[in-house]
Design a binder for this molecule. Sequence first.
Ligand code: UT7
Length: 349
Amino acid sequence: MKKSIIAGIGMYVPTNVVTNNDLLKYMDTSDEWIQERTGIKERRYAHRTEETTTTMGVEAATIAIERAGITPQDIDFIIFATLSPDYYFPGCGVLLQRAMKMKEIGALDVRNQCSGFVYALTVADQFIKTGMYKNILVVGAEKHSFGLDFSTRGRNVSVIFGDGAGAVVLQPTEEANRGILSNHLHSDGESAEILAMYNPGTHANHWMPEKYASFDQAEIGQMFFSHAMIDDAQVFPNMDGPAVFKKAVVKFPEVIMEALNANNLQTTDINLLIPHQANLRIAQFVQQKLKLSDNQVYNNIQQYGNTTAASVPIALCEAWEKGKIKEGDLVCLAAFGSGFTWASTLMRW
Ligand code: UT7
């Protein structure tokens, strides 16, 4: 069976740099708190009216397609991962297809939050392996800055996230020693509400544990949207940060080891681990637990914050551009986030 290789990779981050101190205008926080707890120094925010999740995806995709030596018309399938789509529906895949004047190819939207890119890449890998497609564009992009609670109430979430996009072109290869070796996908919906944006949604409190339930019975069934949703900050992401942290530091090492074990490889074989950029402290914990050297782990959360579905392709692209990934290197992608979902991909570059 054929294997898939990344034939082209690109990234895009907005030019607008927002430092920790810039956030003091909106909320009670500090540069010291943010750096100590997350490692983040600054992040990028998209232009409010001129940039969207899709336009950033297009920027990254344009570079990836050029680097693959093909044109947008050669792409035969799009997979777009994001939690911050331009519209509630339709998804960003079709908007990108239109913007890039691609053929009437299939476009799939993936909603797996922080692990969205690894999930999307895994789906693409299956289509390549079966021979169904030859040039799949996989995009991860987010415009978080448009949907965060910038008051002190939302500071535990809003200081973390940033905007940006990354994209790859996946193609088949006959080379035995290159390409994606394996993918590993997991979920556990038991804690779905501890990192979630509940509204707008159709849940009508059906799933919600009491502490997360947002409306009394009188309001339920009235509307998909209500003023109370906005007043109660129910239209913003909610997160129990410490609970997410505790699960992440278990599941990240687990899913990385699963990938290594599946291929009879060891941690010392990894040339570069690209963890989802959730929090520098999580990445450092994983590094310590797996006894990886500084050279084996790539982090750039300091500059871009957590860009959710975009974080893995942005970090992968930046590491590659800096010459930290060479042909033949063993590269491991790993992600964990809302759902919970977590995933890894092991590849020979
Ligand atoms: O990629 C998506 C997956 N998400 C993650 O992986 C996030 C995982 N979790 C985390 O990264 C961390 O839990 C956070 C960075 C979100 C929070 O750090 P923490 O060390 O777990 O802090 P905490 O939530 O336990 O809050 C500690 C204190 C609280 O004050 P009190 O109650 O001790 O007085 C918070 O109100 O820090 C306060 N706090 C802040 N203070 C200043 C929360 N956010 C901020 C803030 N600035 N931005």
